[in-house]
Design a protein around this ligand. Structure first.
Ligand SMILES: [Fe+2]
Length: 312
């Protein structure tokens, strides 16, 4: 793409980027790579081990209703139709950074972000494409990496909460980093009053500070978004300190600071590394918890776009 991806970056946005909740405009919703035809082709060719097919209930506090499913032999166009008509959520993980059709757009986006924000130096970037139903939702969670989202199709309501207690306790993030808890952290519906609420339309870009919890409700239409996970020096340091604090707690200490700055932070970076190395040699490393077992099959004949599996 010869033209820039982002179109209205300015001094204010530069100052807010990664520090607060900020929005901007992009032009990927106009790109031929995001027509239904192109997305159906991507759904067909993207490696199945990088695809998540999920459904969920109505209650934002009932995250146990989040379930994984199997697309079976449905074609790309059929899957897109099942999402449009039903209650499904598909994540094509790493499509933006691995698929030859989407990779040039992704590279152009990050080249431009670096050029627009002096000093911005991501260490690793990953980009997924989310395709979800008109009434799908994503429950309250906190991502380990810095995250940004480019909205492409449909409308969705984003709520972003402050990255500190009570919305996010250090202890929760420590458990996520020690992989004893998924990224789904405790949620109280009363906190919605404290959230920044952003309604996204096609062409909106939104970013928020590292670890800021968020939840998403689709409002209408087939929803398509690009989500980017960005590993930076800052995210590595903050996560190392929280991971080390979790390790210290396991050794009976009560760490007081989770500041990513100063000599103490470097000592914790070293502790975090040695803890991980020890887990590796001792075989004690815990595996990431599976989001859920596969309990449904995609079914075009059903209103929801899926059919439950009979319990084993
Ligand atoms: Fe997220």
């Amino acid at each position: 793409m010869a033209e820039p991806v982002l179109i209205d970056w300015n001094e204010d946005k530069r100052a807010e980027f990664r520090n607060g909740v900020m929005t901007a405009r992009h032009r990927l919703h106009l790109a031929p790579e995001f027509t239904d035809l192109a997305l159906a082709a991507l759904l067909k060719r993207h490696p199945r081990e990088l695809c998540d097919f999920c459904t969920m209930g109505e209650d934002p506090a009932d995250r146990d209703s989040w379930r994984a499913g199997d697309p079976g032999s449905a074609t790309g166009a059929e899957l897109l139709e099942a999402v449009r008509q039903g209650k499904l959520w598909i994540n094509l993980r790493e499509a933006m950074n691995t698929d030859p059709v989407y990779k040039p757009l992704f590279n152009a986006l990050f080249a431009q972000l670096k050029q627009l924000n002096p000093g911005y130096a991501p260490l690793r970037v990953y980009g997924g494409i989310l395709i979800s139903s008109p009434k799908a939702q994503v429950f309250y969670h906190s991502d380990v990496s810095e995250t940004l989202l480019l909205h492409v199709k449909g409308h969705k309501r984003f709520r972003i909460y402050p990255p500190r207690g009570p919305w996010l306790e250090d202890l929760s993030m420590e458990e996520v980093l020690h992989k004893t808890q998924t990224e789904d952290i405790p949620y109280d519906p009363a906190w919605d009053a404290d959230a920044a609420m952003v309604d996204l339309t096609p062409g909106d870009f939104v970013s928020w500070p590292l670890h800021a919890p968020h939840r998403v409700e689709n409002l209408d239409g087939l929803n398509v978004s690009i989500t980017c996970e960005v590993v930076t020096r800052e995210s590595v340091m903050k996560n190392a300190v929280l991971h080390a604090n979790g390790a210290l707690r396991r050794m009976g200490f009560r760490p007081k600071s989770s500041s990513p700055d100063g000599a103490q932070a470097y000592a914790k970076l070293a502790l975090s590394k040695s803890w991980k190395a020890w887990e590796k040699v001792s075989g004690a490393a815990s595996r990431p918890l599976p989001k859920s077992e596969t309990t449904f099959d995609v079914d075009l004949a059903s209103d929801t776009g899926y059919r439950d599996r009979a319990p084993a």
